[in-house]
Design a protein around this ligand. Structure first.
Ligand code: ATP
Ligand code: MG
Length: 413
């Protein structure tokens, strides 16, 4: 038998209601904050992600699904995230010259060749938002508020917001120097990847999950201690807005985010009790990204929220149960003539918006009643030759056991 690709998933009908509940809440919340839905292609030119995500990142170096297209040998990649595509669409559709801010949200599948485990798969689902045009901390606070309100609507009160500022191109060089100095003096204990990163992307060392590297992170120089005046004021204003908006957070200097394009605000929402993959949402400000993808110098901020991780967190919090959809009525025919009437009756009820089930298995009456019970039908209607001839039948309320005679052609439930 051919099996699904490792790290992908089938979402079966008993799980889709939970996905749909999450998607419905996401749409409601995003639209309440004025974000419009954007849909972009599943695959793009590889260069878009190389430039947009950053060629020193694990995502680009090790995780992208990249292949040669049939024509011209052009290199194409399945999207590993949503931001680069949205920035491309913004520029390509001329929205970068429209009235600002421009606010988008999306619910997408993403692809990364990673080691599959709980909360980490190779095709995964993400809710994301992107806001362009505003440098103001009001944009940061709005974006964080959308994420917080989605998490709260999903019943995830045990999720904490970890907030940090990683500065801008003014304060980064001095910080970088301090950081490289610190890690240089501990170079012997670093993992190979980090020793390599030290020259190219030292900020990433703070993110390393290797125990020896992770042990060095708490005492490392902190970006928040090296902010320039502008970044300091921006961060302080954001914090006071969040305070006033009733959104709690902890300032966490270890949050630096994995992607190259972040500036100033970075944040993660971290869930307790779902194992190692506990970051349900990660985001931040990317003031240089639009320009680096060929657009104007337009600031931006956004986040990505992993839907499967939300589900793990909801299961841990006991908020993952979605009531099953049950039939309003099960119509049980006996014999060929009654089956035709049963089919017609179900169809009439469905056209009136009612969920009606009919026997498709030509089962015995006893087996049909058992099946109707299993489906949780609120009512059953048994149709035999006598009922068809008289046009009248007994409608049974499955809860109370009460029976009422109804006119088959006109009754409703
Ligand atoms: P992680 O630290 O878990 O590797 P990341 O920093 O690579 O995450 P982002 O690129 O910021 O993640 O993506 C945003 C969110 O998407 C993450 O916070 C997480 O919830 C989810 N996510 C990322 N990668 C995966 C994956 N392979 N499987 C499932 N969810 C994922
Ligand atoms: Mg990752």
């Amino acid at each position: 038998m051919i099996q699904k690709i490792k790290g992908t998933m089938d979402i079966l009908p008993d799980e889709t209601p939970l996905f749909r509940k999450i998607e419905a809440i996401v749409r409601e919340e995003a639209e309440r904050y004025g974000f419009g839905e954007i849909r972009t292609p599943t695959f793009e030119n590889t260069d878009l992600f190389v430039r947009g995500v950053g060629d020193t990142t694990d995502v680009v170096q090790k995780e992208m699904y990249t292949f040669a297209d049939r024509d011209e040998g052009r290199s194409i990649s399945l999207r590993p995230e949503g931001t680069a595509s949205v920035v491309r669409a913004l520029i390509e559709n001329g929205l970068h010259v429209a009235a600002m801010p421009q606010k988008f949200y999306y619910i997408i599948n993403c692809f990364r060749h990673e080691a599959p485990q709980a909360g980490r798969s190779r095709e995964f689902f993400q809710f994301g938002t992107e806001t362009f045009g505003s440098e103001s901390p009001t944009a940061d606070a709005t974006v964080i508020a959308v994420a917080a309100s989605v998490l709260s609507r999903l019943g995830l009160r045990g999720v904490t917001l970890h907030l940090n500022s990683i500065g801008c191109k003014c304060c980064r060089p001095a910080y970088r120097e301090a950081l490289v100095g610190y890690y240089k003096s501990n170079e012997a204990t670093l993992c190979d990847t980090c020793r390599d990163r030290l020259g190219r992307n030292p900020l990433r060392l703070l993110d390393c999950k290797n125990p020896e590297c992770a042990a060095l992170a708490p005492a490392a120089p902190r970006t928040v201690d090296h902010l320039c005046e502008g970044c300091r004021a921006h961060f302080d204003e954001l914090c006071s807005m969040l305070d006033a908006m009733g959104i709690s957070y902890t300032v966490d200097p270890s949050i630096v985010r994995g992607l190259d394009y972040y500036t100033r605000t970075v944040f993660e929402f971290i869930a307790d009790g779902i194992g190692a993959q506990s970051t349900v949402c990660g985001g931040g400000r990317y003031d240089g990204l639009v320009e680096s993808l060929g657009g104007p110098a337009l600031p931006g901020i956004g986040f990505g929220m992993g839907i499967t991780r939300l589900i793990l967190a909801m299961r841990a919090a006991g908020t993952a149960d979605v009531p099953a959809v049950t039939p309003r009525i099960y119509v049980a025919p006996l014999g060929k003539a009654a089956t035709v009437t049963a089919m017609a009756t179900c169809e009439r009820l469905r056209r009136a918006g009612i969920y009606a089930e009919c026997d498709l298995m030509e089962r015995s009456l006893k087996a049909q009643m058992k099946y109707a019970g299993k489906l949780g039908a609120a009512y059953t209607l048994i149709l035999g030759d006598t009922e068809v001839a008289s046009g009248r039948a007994q409608l049974r309320d499955m809860q109370s056991g009460e029976q009422t005679e109804v006119d088959i052609a006109t009754f409703t439930v």
